[in-house]
Each structure stands twice: as C-alpha cells, then as structure tokens.
Design a protein around this ligand. Structure first.
Ligand code: AMP
Ligand code: MG
Length: 357
C-alpha cells in the first residue's frame, strides 16, 4: 500500500492544498445512516456556529442539513433557513418521485402519446441533464430504462426471474427518442415511454438545498440525503468535512475521507437488491443488456456537484471499474469489488488525496 498523504481536497482550488494539522474530527457522516456530531452547536471557530436539522423522512430515507453561520447572526434566522432547505428538498421529491402519483414525473409517465405535458423549470432541467448524462456515459446512465427497472422490481417482489421476451419488450418500450422537449413542455412519442429519476433526484435535491444555504449567507454547510451529500466551506472546527464510507459488507466503516466544496455519492447493490433463486440482483439496471448491473458492491464518487456525483455513481455501478478510463477530469471514484470473503478497493489516483487514513 503506498503511503497516503493527508491533504485537504478542495475542488474549487483545483489542486489539493496540504492540511495544516487535522485537528479533531468534526463531523462524521455515515454513508448510510445518520451523521454523528462530535462537536455541538456551540462549537465556534472563525465566528462560525454550527446548526443541525434532521427533517422527517424525505425520498424514503433520512437526511441531515448542517449550516455554519456567523455566530453573530440570530439563531431564529438560521432556523428559518433550515426550514426553507427542508421545503426545497420536499418540493423536489413532490415533483420528481415516481412513488407519488401526482408528481410531475408520474404525470409524464402516465401521459398518452402526443400529449404535451407542462413541467416546472426544475424538472425540465433535471430531465435535460439526465439526457446529457446518457450520452456522456455511453448509455450506462439512462433514466428512460424505467420499464426495465419496473420489470426487475416486480421480479424481485415475486422471486421469479423475468422471461427473456419480457426483458426485451421493456428494453424497447422507452428511449430518449420517445421524448420531445419544447421549453418546459415534454411530449412522448409512445404511450409506454417512461422515466425514473431514482438515480439523479437526490443529487438534484442536494444541489438545490446547498444553493439555499449559500443564498442566505451561510459560510459553510453540508446536506446529506441517505448518505449522498454535498458540502461547502468548512465546519467550525477542522479543515474539512469528515465523511465515513461504509463497508458494503457490514455495518462498519471502510474508509474515512475529508472533503471541502465537494459532493460524495455512493451507489451499489449493498443496500438495495433482490434475491431470486438464491442470487443477489442489483436495483441498478444495465440499460444496454436489460439485466441488473453485475455485482459491484459499492462505488463512491466525488464530484463538484451532487448531480454529477449521483449520475456517475450509478453509471459506474453499470460499467464497473472499466468506466474509470472514461471519467472526465474532476471526478474521482472508489470501487469496492469482489465478495465479502475476498474484496478489493480500487480508486482513481485523485481519490487518494481525500483519504484520511
Ligand atoms: P442510485 O442509488 O443513485 O444509483 O440510483 C439507483 C436508482 O436509479 C434505481 O433504483 C432506479 O430507480 C434508477 N436506475 C436503475 N438503473 C439505472 C440506470 N442504468 N440509469 C439511470 N437510473 C437507473
Ligand atoms: Mg445515482
């Protein structure tokens, strides 16, 4: 194992800046689970005061919002900011969830061929970003593979593998050619065309939440939805935000990293999968074959923004570590491959800069 340098990773600065002493670990955010604060709200440095808010379930998971504000600001004011962040997260969920029947995405999925559906600017922007990602990832990230996602979800519930014809039919049912955009309206060219924003909605919600904190003058912050997160600034104590990457095979910690001005998202089949005939099938589908992605236990991606990290983590779960070669600059990844008994950790060279130990 090469000796790992302890360096602060600041994407905005472009180059990793050397750490001036690690100081105490300030914040530990489990990639699945609830963040553990090792300091409390009165911790202060550079006049920064830390506020925490844990909203009730959003997008089917736990989330935590951390805001660092100038200590001279009124606590009530920051409380209002945290409430506004929660509202933004809930509004993304209400527009983009496939689980909510009256969401914009559900309306689009239910629409008939040729019917123009009016969408909000936010939802349209996410759809267009997802379409761009389809081309950027050579088809590995494809939100139009929703019919396949549904086929495999049902197979998991029933414990029966789908027929070849069923997979083929779902694969042909929906593609980007079936969607036409005009301003904030979308028209489908086929009734069966559908999208599933499960691989991008959290990232989008996190980015919007961070924008709220910044707009209200917070000097730092971190938004974590179910282990996917983005941070900016620094916590009141410490040089960066400490994040723990979960071991996909146990409740334990695999690696600790420290990040500044970055997003960290994890995908893989460790948390969500189905068992059919004793075999584990990922909830992530390879749109090119129609089959669940081959068992990558977990992929953690660091990018400048959460949408990029979210997209790439899902895409790399499809391509496996071969996908590293095609990553654009500024995206780092850590793969856990193999099995519990015999696994290995593979990273892009840049990921080494964030490893805390
Ligand atoms: P994530 O946990 O961010 O990797 O997202 C996984 C979710 O994205 C799945 O539960 C599906 O809803 C959806 N999904 C599955 N396969 C793909 C894919 N190849 N491209 C885009 N979204 C996908
Ligand atoms: Mg994703």
């Amino acid at each position: 194992m090469p000796k790992i340098r302890r360096e602060k990773y600041d994407r905005r600065a472009g180059l990793p800046a050397r750490l001036i002493g690690m100081g105490a670990i300030v914040i530990v955010v489990l990639l699945v689970g609830i963040g553990l604060w090792k300091t409390h709200e009165s911790a202060q440095r550079l006049n920064g005061k830390l506020y925490t808010h844990r909203p009730r379930r959003i997008m089917g998971t736990e989330s935590t919002i951390y805001a660092v504000a100038d200590a001279r600001r009124k606590a009530e004011e920051i409380h209002d900011v945290l409430m506004e962040v929660e509202e933004v997260l809930r509004s993304v969920e209400s527009k983009m969830s496939v689980w909510l029947q009256d969401s914009e995405i559900s309306r689009l999925n239910a629409a008939q061929e040729g019917e123009w559906i009016q969408l909000s600017h936010e939802t349209t922007a996410v759809l267009l970003r997802a379409r761009e990602a389809y081309y950027d990832t050579n088809g590995a990230f494809d939100i139009t593979c929703s019919p396949l996602v549904e086929v495999w979800k049902r197979a998991g519930r029933q414990g029966v593998l789908p027929e070849k014809e069923e997979i083929e039919s779902a694969r042909n049912a929906s593609s980007w050619d079936d969607f036409e955009f005009r301003d904030n309206r979308v028209k489908k060219h086929s009734d069966r065309a559908r999208v599933d924003l499960g691989g991008i909605a959290k990232g989008s919600a996190i980015d919007r939440a961070i924008a709220v904190l910044q707009r209200h003058g917070c000097i730092g912050g971190l938004v974590d939805i179910g282990g996917d997160l983005r941070c900016f600034g620094t916590p009141p104590v410490g040089e960066g935000w400490d994040v723990e990457i979960r071991n996909p095979f146990s409740e334990g910690v695999l690696k600790k990293i420290q990040v500044v001005n970055s997003a960290v998202c994890t995908s893989g089949n460790y948390a969500r999968f189905s068992i059919i005939d004793g075999l584990r099938y990922s909830h992530i589908i390879d749109p090119r074959t129609g089959m669940p992605a081959e068992n990558i236990p977990s992929v953690t991606v660091i990018a400048e923004d959460a949408v990029s990290a979210d997209i790439r983590a899902t895409a790399l779960s499809v391509t496996g570590k071969e996908g590293i070669e095609h990553l654009p600059r500024g995206i780092e990844a850590l793969f856990v491959t193999g099995t519990e008994e015999n696994y290995s950790v593979i990273t892009t060279p840049g990921f080494q800069y964030v490893l805390a130990e």
